[in-house]
Structures are given as structure tokens and as C-alpha cells.
Design a protein around this ligand. Structure first.
Ligand code: GRF
Length: 204
């Protein structure tokens, strides 16, 4: 019997290019183990919502502006549960999550970050990468833990930083890698192949 595809929600705040990569991966591979069942944005103007609609995927907006963090997270949690969501991918979701929410989804919620963690956590990553003069950067998919950009690392991809690189050129090169890496990580998660052992992830 073919196992059911895991119902996955993607949380966004903006452009949605990683969302597009996840949707395309889930639509092209008949054996891809996850299905994007819901796209949730905390901003009504997020461009990624249109990508979801083009693909006939259900969308939801829960505005975070002016809302208590705990109330916002509780609303999201209730929605995800009511839609039977099993896995969550953060894809440019620009909102800190409460420890309660993270705890409720621990091991089932992943994020993509545009650096080789633990280096360059936070925002303005590519500007800092160029200013630091590093020769290699990349991207990381990790489990979400209560501390930002600190959860157990699942996969990473590297990108060289040439001496004449700019923040824009690095961002473009890293983004291309992100689009390949995120679907691979979701596939491993949906297949149940990721075993968290403390801060490390074993590919089971
Ligand atoms: C990506 O660079 C991702 O690594 C970071 O936010 C950006 C989102 O881009 N977390 P997009 O909305 O997926 O195009």
C-alpha cells in the first residue's frame, strides 16, 4: 500500500520562493511523501499567497500585527490542528514563535536559514557575510527550537563567496541552493528518516 502523504503547512510572510520550491517538489514527484495542504501567512500582502492559490492550495491569513504573541500562536495552532496538519515548514516567516508553540510542534516543524548555521544567525545575513570576508557561505534547514536559528541541523549546502561578491550576488546564489535543499529536507522529515539526538540529527 502506498503510504499517505503527510499533510504539511507552509508558514510565510513574503515572497514565497521557497514555498514555490516545496510545492513544485510535492507536485512533480508522485512518490514525494508530503503534500502542501495549507499556506498560512501573518501578512495579508504576502506575495507567496498568490503562488499557493495558483496551485489550488488552501490559504489562510492570521494577522500578527498588534496581536499578543501568545494569542497569535494559539490561533495558528488551533488552525493547524483543525486542518489536520502534521508537519510545518517555515519559509521566510518573519515572526518569533512562543516556546509553547515551538514545544507543541517540536520535531515536526522545520525552518530554512540563508547561512551555514551556527554562523550568521538572525537577519541581514548576506551583508554580514560579505563584510566578514568569508570565502564560503550557504544555507541550513533545521528543526525549530525556542531559540532563534538554533535547532538541530538537518541539511546544509555550501556556496562559494568570490572576492568581488556583493550581498545581492550572494543572496541569489544561496537562494538557488535553498530551493534544492528545502524539498530534500522535507522529504526526509516526511519519510520519518530524521532522528533527533540532543542537538544532532541522525539520518535513520
Ligand atoms: C529565504 O532566504 C530564507 O532562507 C529566509 O527567508 C527567505 C525567504 O525567501 N528564512 P522566500 O520568501 O522563500 O522567497
Amino acid at each position: 500500500m502506498i503510504p499517505a502523504k503527510r499533510r504539511t503547512a507552509v508558514l510565510i510572510s513574503g515572497r514565497g520562493s521557497n514555498l514555490r520550491a516545496l510545492i513544485e517538489a510535492s507536485e512533480t514527484g508522485a512518490d514525494y511523501p508530503a503534500r502542501i495542504a495549507l499556506v498560512l501567512s501573518n501578512k495579508p500582502e504576502a506575495e507567496g499567497l498568490a503562488i499557493a492559490r495558483e496551485h489550488g492550495i488552501e490559504t489562510a491569513v492570521i494577522e500578527s500585527k498588534g496581536k499578543e504573541r501568545a494569542a497569535f500562536d494559539a490561533e495558528m495552532h488551533a488552525l493547524l490542528q483543525s486542518k489536520g496538519i502534521e508537519l510545518v515548514c517555515l519559509a521566510g516567516f518573519m515572526r518569533l514563535l512562543t516556546p509553547d508553540f515551538v514545544q507543541a510542534w517540536y520535531g515536526r516543524m522545520i525552518n530554512i536559514h540563508p547561512s551555514l548555521l551556527p554562523a550568521f544567525k538572525g537577519t541581514q545575513v548576506h551583508e554580514r557575510v560579505v563584510a566578514a570576508g568569508v570565502r564560503v557561505t550557504g544555507c541550513t534547514v533545521h528543526f525549530v527550537s525556542p531559540e532563534m536559528d538554533e535547532g538541530p541541523i538537518i541539511l546544509q549546502a555550501t556556496v562559494p563567496v568570490p572576492p568581488d561578491a556583493t550581498a545581492e550576488s550572494v543572496a541569489a546564489a544561496v537562494l538557488e541552493q535553498e530551493h534544492a535543499l528545502y524539498p530534500q529536507a522535507l522529504k526526509l522529515l516526511a519519510e520519518g528518516k530524521l532522528v533527533i539526538e540532543g542537538q544532532r540529527v541522525r539520518l535513520g
